[in-house]
Design a protein around this ligand. Structure first.
Ligand code: FE2
Length: 268
């Protein structure tokens, strides 16, 4: 078996050829060393501090531009309304880099986006500080609540948001484990099937590790602490961070213009 663990201290140390070989041979790879467990412990505390259950929206009914601002939705159901039947229970907290940094996560999202850009062959700040080639960084948290948060086994459909990438890159998913099984929750977590075998990733990997996997392999999240009572008011259970490139469907650059003037130095 190809070694799936890549330990690096900067994103550009990552050997993409070896990474893709691992994803091909194992269905996944893990990048360690860019985020510490200590940093993730603080992040969980900050996320809990910034969390407000009153901001929940239902799992459907939002328009594409809603997620280009801080926006939170609790998704419980089969997903059948999108013609993609995969039962699930999770909360998504969109937190774009030009919106208020209410969870103290923006520094982490920016570094994770740098890793994404390295893997996808872009320069480090590509589509991080605004919209480039119609793409932007959909910085967000996924929260699988204690009391039964889960995502049933599935293969990713090709999302219209990432059709810009070719081949394997189109299916590669990158996510940061913010929480640690055994500390933040007791049971459940990410798994991926490889050659008829289900690999329980969070027995081996945990907070601060970046999971990179081929969405064409069957994968999901097994029940998070089903022995506990589900409580919508609490940010308990499992949290991951993602920075997928989404297509801008707003046609409205006013929403991030202020951000560009605040953060961008004029390019030489
Ligand atoms: Fe998926």
């Amino acid at each position: 078996m190809t070694d799936a663990l890549f330990t690096v201290s900067t994103p550009d140390m990552l050997d993409n050829d070896a990474l893709f070989r691992s994803i091909h041979d194992n269905s996944y790879a893990v990048i360690r060393g860019l985020f510490s467990k200590e940093e993730m412990r603080h992040a969980v505390a900050d996320i809990r501090h910034g969390f407000d259950a009153a901001l929940d929206h239902p799992g459907m009914g939002d328009v594409p531009t809603d997620v280009m601002d801080n926006f939170q939705k609790l998704i419980i159901g089969t997903g059948a309304q999108t013609n993609y039947y995969v039962p699930r229970c999770l909360r998504i907290l969109y937190n774009p880099l030009w919106a208020d940094d209410r969870y103290g996560m923006h520094g982490i999202f920016r570094r994770l986006a740098e890793v994404r850009n390295h893997i996808q062959g872009h320069r480090p700040n590509y589509a991080v500080d605004g919209i480039e080639d119609t793409l932007w960084t959909a910085a967000r948290l996924q929260h699988y609540p204690a009391g039964g948060g889960f995502f049933a086994p599935h293969r990713d459909a090709i999302s219209p948001t990432n059709t810009h990438e070719a081949g394997l890159l189109k299916f590669i998913q990158i996510l940061l484990l913010v929480t640690q099984r055994g500390e933040d929750f007791e049971h459940g977590g990410a798994y991926i099937d490889h050659h008829e075998q289900r690999i329980d990733l969070e027995t081996t990997y945990g907070s601060g590790d970046i999971l990179v996997y081929d969405g064409r392999s069957m994968h999901g999240v097994s029940d998070i602490d089903p022995h506990k009572l589900f409580d919508r008011q609490q940010m308990t259970g499992r949290i991951t961070a993602l920075v997928t490139l989404y297509t801008d469907m707003s046609g409205d650059d006013a929403r991030y213009a202020h951000y560009r003037t605040r953060h961008y130095k004029a390019e030489p």
